[in-house]
Design a protein around this ligand. Structure first.
Ligand code: SAM
Ligand code: SF4
Length: 353
């Protein structure tokens, strides 16, 4: 693979056309096999680092892919482009009534991709078993604190009990390993992460702490305020014995640590240093928004409109070509640490995290 230089702005204009067949590659030799699908931009929480209190200008219904259109694009991704892993996200994917149908249709594709879900967990208690039956393999539930009052302050909603019930139901349904995604509050986060890790160890969940990224709708992210992986790790090490997980990391964004107690490994924690130690050089992701736009990076400033192609009667070969061209133009890195960095117009909730 070509070595990818990090830190260039996220616009890239390749001089040559994309390959017409083979894996979904970019000009730096990276292969996209992991597709993130945003099912909706709607959400029932208002996490401060993601959405403003009043919500956003939601996508009109007719601009969103309907289930048939989405399933057709998933077919193109899996059968023609070599996607082997599909993660449904949003917005909040559990507010989408056809989620189970889309999971089942994805599970029917061959070769069957791995199917995962990222959710805030509200309403999951009632749906975890059905999602498992439909074909869901694994789940990440977002939870930034185990203090109910702080949960309400961060999410601007009083739904803590429901999220905890959702986690329990996911484990009971066999969606193993259940992972907990946490974005830490700049003020309370270093306390929150200690009790979160204790909670996860106690219940058998795997904690993933994600550095906060400049993807909030309010554009209020400040590098100096966001907690970095190093700071988070130091805070945890005051309470836990952590050693690097010996397993190869591959293209996984999380650096994994083993948690020890009394000489035994009692669990794992992953830290995703998206800002302070970007993993762009091994990125294997492609993204599809709820309104049918392919994005080759969370931070991309260009999108490719597959919905318009679909609705104009394009065949699968044309959709494949457009998707290949979109990924071919993937930049080397997200560019967050460049002086000229420009935050994308779409916030995280409208891209799909
Ligand atoms: N609503 C679902 C949820 O919260 O899990 C799925 C969508 S959410 C956008 C996906 C993930 O992105 C969540 O784990 C959330 O914590 C994370 N996220 C949202 N805004 C973020 C930001 N500015 N920086 C880093 N992660 C963020
Ligand atoms: Fe909703 Fe997820 Fe954004 Fe929170 S992080 S506001 S749950 S989309």
């Amino acid at each position: 693979m070509t070595v990818v230089a990090l830190g260039v702005p996220s616009v890239h204009r390749p001089q040559s056309p994309a390959p017409e067949e083979g894996p979904l590659v970019d000009t730096f030799g990276r292969v996209a096999t992991d597709l993130r699908v945003s099912l909706t931009d709607l959400c029932n929480l208002r996490c401060t680092y993601c959405m403003p209190a009043e919500g956003l200008d939601w996508l009109p219904s007719d601009e969103k892919l309907n289930p048939d259109e989405l399933i057709r694009l998933l077919g193109v991704a899996v059968t023609r482009l070599g996607i082997t892993s599909v993660r449904f996200t949003g917005g909040e994917p559990l507010v989408v009534p056809h989620l189970e149908d889309v999971v089942a249709a994805t599970a029917a594709l061959r070769p069957r991709p791995e199917i995962t879900l990222t959710t805030n967990g509200v309403g999951l208690a009632k749906r975890a078993a059905g999602l498992k039956r439909a074909g869901l393999d694994r789940i990440n539930v977002s939870l930034d604190t185990v203090d109910p009052a702080r949960f309400a302050a961060i999410t601007r909603r009083d739904r803590f009990t429901e999220v905890v019930a959702g986690l329990r139901a996911a484990k009971e349904a066999g969606l193993d390993p259940v992972k907990v995604n946490a974005v830490l509050d700049p003020v309370s986060g270093l306390d929150d992460v200690v009790s979160l890790l204790r909670f996860c160890l106690e219940h058998g969940y795997q904690l993933r702490v994600i550095e906060q990224m400049p993807l909030d709708a309010g554009h209020s992210w400040e590098r100096e305020r966001a907690l970095s992986a190093d700071v988070i790790l130091s805070a945890l090490r005051r309470h836990f014995t952590l050693t690097p997980d010996p397993r190869p990391r591959g293209s996984a964004p999380a650096q994994l640590w083993q948690v020890h107690d009394d000489g035994h490994v009692t669990g794992h924690i992953g830290i995703i240093a998206s800002v302070s130690d970007a993993f762009c050089s091994t990125c294997d992701r492609s993204r599809l928004t709820a309104d049918g736009q392919v994005r080759n990076c969370l931070f991309a400033r260009d999108e490719t409109d597959l919905r318009a192609l679909l609705r104009s009667g394009a065949d699968d070969a044309a959709l494949e070509d457009a998707w290949r061209a979109a990924m071919w133009a993937k930049a080397a890195g997200h560019g967050i640490n460049d002086p000229g960095f420009v935050q994308p117009d779409r916030p995280m909730s409208a891209i799909g995290g």
